[in-house]
Design a protein around this ligand. Structure first.
Ligand code: DC
Length: 209
């Protein structure tokens, strides 16, 4: 079984993906972590988000240290900004495509895979068995992200998180390649007034064995 989950930042798509994977015994790939790892690798190499060279970004994808996808450092706002900039580059998206498709084709768990991101149902896995599109209003999402960052020990203010999120949202939704949008056959869930249990139960109600 292949499940594609797309959605906006802090919409709850990652939480849903993890919980569905546990519930259904599927392998999970957080594709945002790939873009974040590329962003972190570039920052470590001294690159500046205001003046970034596409060839260097592609090189960073090809030489990606996959261990960075599990580093807590990828969760900073600075890395999120870099990830959002590199994710808008067609050559970067192309360089990360095979890795994502390979994971879905041969997941560590033979029962199947769940991938979450922005273009899984539209570009990466258009033939997924189930597709979900997760969203919530921006204030709710910025509140959730502020709480997460504070809990992780980062000093952030709601207003700044909201402004950064608006900027990244518009970059994700309006970029020319693989913009964030629901696939025609995706099930849309608005999590603004739902908790993680409600979202899991609703998603499971659509999944038939
Ligand atoms: O979901 P996230 O915040 O960890 O994603 C980080 C960035 O990567 C975000 O700006 C969107 C981008 N991304 C993407 O363009 N395509 C994906 N499949 C996953 C993430």
């Amino acid at each position: 079984m292949i499940v594609a989950i797309d959605g906006s930042a802090a919409s709850g798509k990652g939480t849903l993906a993890k919980r569905l994977a546990t519930h259904l015994g599927l392998s999970h790939l957080d594709t945002g972590a790939l873009y974040r790892a590329v962003g972190l690798q570039l920052l470590k190499a001294g690159q500046d988000s205001k003046n970034i060279n596409e060839n260097q970004c592609v090189k960073s994808c090809v030489e990606l240290d996959i261990a960075l996808t599990t580093s807590p450092l990828i969760r900073s706002e600075k890395v999120a900004e870099m990830a959002s900039i590199v994710a808008a580059m067609p050559a970067v998206r192309a360089a990360l495509l095979d890795l994502q498709r390979q994971f879905a084709a041969t997941p560590p768990d033979p029962k199947g895979a769940i991938l979450d991101g922005r273009d899984i149902g539209t570009v990466v896995l258009p033939h997924a068995d189930f597709k979900f599109f997760i969203d919530a209003n921006i204030c709710t999402r910025a509140e959730r992200r502020t709480k997460e960052l504070l809990q992780a020990g980062q000093s952030v203010m709601f207003r700044d998180v909201l402004t950064d999120m608006q900027e990244r949202d518009s970059r994700d939704r309006f970029r020319s390649v693989a913009p964030l949008r629901p696939a025609d056959d995706a099930i849309s869930i608005d999590t603004s007034s739902m908790d993680a249990d409600d979202v899991l139960a609703l998603a499971l109600s659509y999944i038939t064995p």
